[in-house]
Design a protein around this ligand. Structure first.
Ligand code: CP
Length: 304
């Protein structure tokens, strides 16, 4: 039985399998062709303990496109609100025999706890500040599609890097796949990246963008920081917001990505977010569907 708990547990072959299957499913979706019945007869449980638009909707859609049925468990109306524990909740749903569980949780490594308690594959849809492996895979798929590959590409990851599970999973995946990473943030939002040979840290956005093929912006994750961690939104935009002028420091053919949700005119200006040539943000979001189909394929049909 396979799980997707983090990028670090995947081999290069696993990552390439998901990227190849994502390309396969994207072509099928674009051609309005039937995709696969790989999940026919299966029932998937989405357990999101934190809000989501993209990840929840695209995992749900991916399951339907592969022939599964889906139940979206709702934390807000669950018996957690009557004091039931996380562990008892999982043992309860374990008894119903789901074929896979997709989980998002604010607690560190909650999907690992789930994997120990459940007798089915678990897919991490984002836990705490630590890991968002399906986002990193869809980001790599997007880079591969638009830049012809991931190896040799330089990616700037900019903004609130310290609290970002997207940054963590991307740093891991981009390293394994042979890319270079610039992390760019105010000093108090820069994590210690000294253990990574492929990562260089900058506290100035213009400097960090020089030579970059991809500029990946991040939202300030206020839900995971002390209020004093960042200046107010106007000041943050003044110092670290991506404008057309700053973007011109990157390579002339650089693309702009963002995992979203975006906070416009905080970390990114409207005209950059909506730039018809450089911004690939909505393209990237749409790639969540074929990539998450590929992830189901990987964990439920045995992968390679
Ligand atoms: N990028 C991302 O995880 O978005 P959602 O929170 O909307 O799922």
């Amino acid at each position: 039985m396979k799980n997707l708990l983090d990028i670090e547990s995947l081999t290069v072959e696993d990552i390439n399998y998901v990227l190849e299957r994502a390309a396969f499913y994207k072509k099928k979706l674009q051609g309005n062709e039937p995709c696969s019945d790989v999940l026919s007869g299966k029932i998937i449980l989405n357990m999101f303990f934190e809000n989501s638009t993209r990840t929840l909707t695209s995992f749900q859609m991916a399951a339907y496109r592969l022939g599964a049925k889906v139940i979206n468990w709702d934390a807000g109306s669950s018996s957690l609100n009557k004091g039931e524990s996380f562990s008892d909740t999982l043992q309860c749903v374990s008894g119903y025999g789901f074929d896979a569980v997709v989980m998002r949780h604010s607690e560190f490594k909650a999907p690992y706890t789930a994997q120990k308690l459940l007798d089915c594959p678990v897919v991490n849809a984002g836990d705490s500040w630590r890991a968002h492996p399906s986002q990193a895979l869809l980001d790599a798929f997007t880079i591969q599609e638009l830049k012809g590959g991931v190896a040799g590409v330089t990616v700037a990851i900019c903004g609130d890097v310290a609290h970002s599970r997207v940054a963590n999973s991307n740093i891991a995946l981009l390293g394994v796949m042979g890319a270079k990473v610039h992390v760019v943030a105010p000093p108090n939002l820069l994590p210690d990246v000294s253990k990574y040979e492929h990562v260089v840290a900058f506290d100035n956005l213009e400097d960090g963008l020089v030579g970059c093929d991809v500029v990946m912006m991040l939202r300030n994750q206020k839900e995971r920081m002390q209020s004093a961690d960042v200046p107010d939104d106007t000041e943050f935009f003044h110092m670290y917001g991506l404008t057309q002028t700053r973007l011109s420091c990157a390579r002339s053919d650089a693309i702009v990505m963002h995992p979203a949700p975006m906070n416009r005119n905080v970390e990114i200006s409207d005209d950059v977010a909506d730039d018809p040539v450089k911004s690939k943000i909505f393209h990237q979001m749409a790639n969540g569907l074929p990539t998450r189909m590929a992830i189901f394929d990987y964990v439920m049909s045995g992968g390679r």
